[in-house]
Design a protein around this ligand. Structure first.
Ligand SMILES: *Cc1c(COP(=O)(O)O)cnc(C)c1O
Length: 226
C-alpha cells in the first residue's frame, strides 16, 4: 500500500467527518475493495464497514479479525435465508441493514442460537416504490415485523433503512421525499415501540440530502475509494 494512498484516504475521511453532524455515523462500504484498503481505513480510525455479499463479508471478516479487533461489520445487501448460518458466525458482525421481509426475519429468529453475541437489525423499507427494490411496503407490516422480535432475543431492532431513487433525473427531489418518509416512519414506529430508532439512508450520490435529513448512518462506497 503506497503512502500516497494512505494520504488520499486520510483526506477523504477527514473531509467527510467534517460534514457529519454529531449523531450521524459513517458506514464505509468496502464491497469489492481489498483487505489492504480496509486495513488502511481502519488504521486511520474508521470502525464501521459494510458489505453486500455474505461470502465476501465472511472472508474479509476472517482475514481482519486479529488486526482489526474493534471493527464493526455491517451486512447491507439482500439476504438469502440459506446464508444466515454463515452470516451469524461472522466475527465482529454488528448489524444487518437489509432485513426486507417478515419471512427472512422469522428465519433469522429461528437461527439466532448461532449468534455468539447481540446483533442489530434495520428493517428495510421500500420508499422509492421501485419494483426492483426490496423492503417492507406499508406501515402495518413494518410494525408487526418490529413487534415480532422478542425482547430477550439477541436480535435487536435498531432502526430503519432505505435506498433513495437512483439514476433518475430528479433523483435529488426523489431522495429527499424517500428520506423524509423514512424519518416519519422512524418517529411513528419509535413512539409505538417506546424507544428511539435510527435511520440508515444515503449513499455516495445522495448523502448530502441524507445529512440534511439527519440520517444516523450514511453508507458510502464509491466516493471513498476513487
Ligand atoms: C453499494 C451500496 C452502497 C454504497 O453505494 P456507493 O454509491 O458506492 O456509495 C450503499 N448501500 C447499499 C445497500 C449498497 O449496496
Amino acid at each position: 500500500m503506497t503512502p500516497e494512498k494512505k494520504a488520499i484516504f486520510a483526506q477523504k475521511l477527514q473531509a467527510i467527518q467534517n460534514q457529519l453532524p454529531a449523531d450521524t455515523k459513517l458506514l464505509l462500504v468496502s464491497k469489492t475493495r481489498s483487505i489492504e484498503e480496509i486495513q488502511l481505513y481502519y488504521d486511520l480510525g474508521q470502525r464501521d464497514f459494510g458489505e453486500n455479499r455474505v461470502q465476501e463479508l465472511s472472508e474479509k471478516a476472517e482475514a481482519l479479525k486479529v488486526s482489526c479487533p474493534e471493527i464493526r461489520w455491517h451486512m447491507i445487501g439482500h439476504l438469502q435465508s440459506n446464508k444466515l448460518n454463515q452470516l451469524f458466525s461472522i466475527p465482529h458482525l454488528f448489524a444487518i441493514h437489509s432485513v426486507d421481509d417478515q419471512d427472512l426475519l422469522n428465519k433469522m429468529l429461528k437461527s439466532e442460537q448461532r449468534l455468539g453475541h447481540e446483533v442489530g437489525i434495520f428493517l428495510q423499507f421500500n420508499t422509492s416504490k421501485e419494483e426492483q427494490k426490496s423492503g417492507f411496503e406499508d406501515y402495518e407490516t413494518l410494525k408487526s415485523a418490529a413487534q415480532s422480535v422478542p425482547s430477550n432475543s439477541k436480535i435487536k431492532v435498531l432502526g430503519l433503512m432505505t435506498m433513495g431513487t437512483l439514476r433518475t433525473e430528479a433523483f435529488e427531489a426523489e431522495a429527499k421525499r424517500c428520506f423524509e418518509e423514512l424519518n416519519h416512519l422512524k418517529i411513528r414506529l419509535g413512539l409505538e415501540l417506546g424507544r428511539k430508532l435510527e435511520t440508515s439512508m444515503g449513499m455516495s450520490q445522495d448523502f448530502r440530502i441524507a445529512i440534511e435529513e439527519r440520517s444516523n448512518w450514511i453508507r458510502l462506497g464509491t466516493m471513498m475509494f476513487q
